[in-house]
Design a protein around this ligand. Structure first.
Ligand code: GLC
Length: 705
């Protein structure tokens, strides 16, 4: 629709109809079942139903068709509804959870997964996805690390940008494009105690340094919506935080798109006790420029009067305009049923799901026990051995019963396979021990159910279940050639079981192709290439933890470990069991020392780091050279080591390749006490590593400034 026509349409809306465009409800208000992803409160009342602006949580195109037809038949101005959904890691073809996808360290792969998700979701009539989740995380007690890109701000920013590119494509008029909604603005991952929905208290330096960049990245890629988070910042719930939103999101970041509340977050301002009633809640949210009220009646009941009372029609018109603009950009006025006639190549989607799962599994330990040989007698045993609960939380309409379990996948590759599922009520230890004795190798499959990770799934104990630890102990007594394979939406605490197994694989939740992929990885038909985007702690007592340990006044070093007055625990090491960036392969790689194109980095200049990598093995594989750096002396404390660059390098057997990283002054910047991100002149240490702790070589440069 032409802009003038759209402006004329907007001018014809009554006050009530304008407010209606800012209200979002679930499909049940239209008599359809849908996805309920939060506590049910009163949404819009029925008589205002044909004025609302959007619906969230539909499953199939025919629901969208039926709701849209009914709505248009009953609405005065025939403004089509927007349909939104949580397309987090796939729609029906389910990809690995985002934390698993982040293990690929591969932006192109992420973009491909997002594109594939968009094709399937738009076919079912969805226009907007509540993704990417850009929360910075350091605490795996918080179940939503499952949806994040992990603990490094640079990795998270690059992957967040890739999701937006994949979902939105080059033109939202393309009916396979999904408008993206980056979330949760901001700080949600810092919930105290790792307990979901708990209080957050962050310094501005930390907020600007680690929490904002992924949102800046999404906005630089043209993300169309931002979702407010449930938590407070500076003591004010974000959904009512006018200063934060106006100064930072709309001001500093220049976001001009739609701001949508999280589920019921406006009404929950009353639970935060910063609003006495719905009117005050609506007032605070609207003044903070929250455009869409997700699933409460605050706007639908209160906003019209508020706008009249406070003479804020201009602000209302601006919010409505943002919603109408998005509808127009998506082509909904020309085709309210966009996307439904596109074609989806399910075979291609499954191939992408297979590739993504292969790139997301992480081999944490392997003492010459993998790959398995086809002629070996293999026992697969555990709580997850035959489970198809492998999709993980937020797997929309993915059908886990259609997913391939580990055992099903292995049956195709291993002729001498014994499969024993383990459940509390039916476990037969003697049978398991006998089977372990008879086997050449034992694959122990354990871990979380999809209910135990994700939203509202915080945990204080990240160890395996009692029965799973007992299983490992009992197998260990009879067969030391065991491989521990964990399914989880977060890093687990494996410290106690690690010595009792010869290999460990983090299978996260890998999606629809889980069993086929894991079987291929176990047999060596496929090679591991995943690396940890989040540290595996030794104990929950270390949390929150990130590899970016800041310099302190009494650091523990290799020289002073026997001293008393240093920063350490009496009962645990400081470092993680497995570090950020760690991941093994069946291939063996050798790396040259880091070479520099220059020792000095000039202002507005750049320099190149080079490293040559050789695949010394007989198996093709990906190497992931990681460049870390340390700014030697800084105005505010900075990490001892932070990720600067990385690259997945696919090498054939015997192949050698030079990899180059171009460094510019801005790459070395940090947020100073004035909240500006700038680079100090001075010395920088550069490290080549295969993880945040496995450093192969080091060099030094000086930024002249
Ligand atoms: C949920 C989540 C949010 C999701 C929204 C809609 O409570 O916090 O991530 O997108 O509601 O389902």
């Amino acid at each position: 629709m032409e802009q003038t026509a759209l402006k004329q349409l907007a001018s014809r809306l009554s006050l009530e109809e304008k407010v209606g465009q800012l209200v979002q409800v679930t499909p049940d208000f239209f008599g359809n079942q849908g996805e309920i992803t939060g506590p049910l409160r009163q949404g819009a009342d029925q008589q205002k139903l044909y004025q609302i602006g959007s619906v969230l949580g539909t499953h199939r195109a025919q629901e969208v068709q039926q709701i849209q037809e009914t709505y248009l038949a009953n609405s005065r101005h025939k403004i089509p509804l927007l349909f939104m959904a949580d397309v987090i890691h796939g729609y029906e073809t389910i990809f690995p959870i985002p934390l698993a996808l982040a293990s690929s360290f591969d932006s192109e792969l992420i973009q491909k997964v997002a594109r594939s998700s968009a094709v399937e979701a738009t076919k079912e009539g969805i226009h907007v996805t509540f993704s990417p989740m850009a929360d910075y995380v350091k605490d795996p007690r918080w179940g939503r690390v499952l949806e994040s890109n992990g603990e490094d701000v640079r990795l998270s920013t690059e992957l967040t940008k890739a999701y937006v590119r994949g979902y939105q494509g080059n033109d939202l008029k393309d009916e396979t494009s999904l408008a993206a909604c980056v979330k949760h603005f901001i700080g949600y991952g810092a919930a105290e105690g790792g307990r979901d929905y708990n209080t957050v208290d962050l310094s501005d330096i930390e907020l600007y340094q680690n929490y904002l960049p992924a949102f800046e990245g999404a906005i630089s890629e043209g993300v169309r919506l931002v979702m407010t988070s449930f938590n407070s910042i500076h003591g004010v719930p974000v959904t009512a935080n006018k200063t934060l939103i106006q100064t930072v999101l709309r001001g500093k970041l220049g976001f001009e798109g739609i701001l949508i509340s999280d589920w019921a977050a406006i009404a929950e301002l009353k639970d935060h006790r910063v609003a006495e009633n719905s009117r005050e809640a609506a007032k605070k949210a609207f003044e903070a420029s929250v455009d869409i009220d997700m699933m409460t009646d605050c706007y639908s009941q209160e906003l019209a009067d508020l706008v009249e009372e406070t003479e804020s029609m201009e602000a209302l018109d601006a919010a409505v305009w943002r919603v109408l603009q998005l509808k127009n950009e998506l082509g909904l006025f020309e085709n309210p049923y966009r996307g439904m006639k596109t074609t989806v190549d399910k075979k291609e989607l499954n191939e992408v799901a297979y590739e993504a799962a292969t790139r997301s599994a992480v081999l944490l330990k392997n003492e010459q026990v993998l790959p398995l040989k086809k002629e070996e007698r293999i026992l697969v045993v555990g709580t997850k051995a035959t489970s198809t609960d492998v999709l993980g939380a937020w797997s929309w309409i993915g059908d886990c019963h259609a997913a391939v379990s580990l055992a099903e996948g292995m049956k195709k590759e291993f002729p001498h396979l014994t499969i024993l599922s383990v459940a509390e009520e039916t476990v037969e230890w003697s049978a398991i021990e006998e089977a372990a004795r008879q086997a050449d190798k034992v694959v122990i499959a354990v871990g979380e159910t999809s209910e135990e990770a994700g939203e509202a799934a915080s945990r204080t104990d990240l160890r395996l279940r009692e029965i799973e630890q007992t299983l490992i102990d009992r197998v260990f007594k009879h067969n030391t050639n065991s491989i521990l394979l964990t399914f989880s939406g977060r890093p687990l605490v494996l410290t106690e079981v690690e010595p009792k197994v010869k290999a460990i694989i983090s299978a996260w939740f890998l999606g629809s192709q889980t069993g086929s992929v894991l079987s291929a990885l176990l047999s060596g038909a496929q090679n591991f290439s995943g690396h940890l985007p989040m540290s595996y702690p030794r104990s929950v007592g270390q949390l929150p933890y990130s590899y970016q340990e800041m310099s302190t006044g009494r650091p523990k070093t290799s020289e002073n470990a026997d001293q008393k007055y240093i920063s350490r625990y009496l009962d645990e090491e400081n470092g993680p069991l497995y570090a950020f960036g760690h991941g093994l392969s069946y291939s063996q790689f050798t790396y040259s020392a880091l070479e520099l194109s220059a020792k000095q980095l000039q202002k507005n200049g750049q320099l190149t780091l080079s490293v040559t990598i050789k695949n010394d093995s007989k198996q093709a594989g990906y190497a992931l050279p990681q460049i870390y750096f340390q700014d030697e002396f800084t105005e505010v404390i900075r990490p001892k080591r932070e990720l600067l660059a990385w690259q997945q390098v696919n090498l054939q057997p015997g192949e050698k390749q030079m990899v180059q990283f171009v460094i510019e002054p801005d790459d070395l910047a940090y947020v100073h006490s004035n909240l500006r991100r700038t680079t100090d002149p001075g010395a920088f240490r550069l490290f080549l590593g295969t993880s945040a702790v496995d450093i192969l070589s080091e060099t030094k440069i000086t930024f002249v400034g």
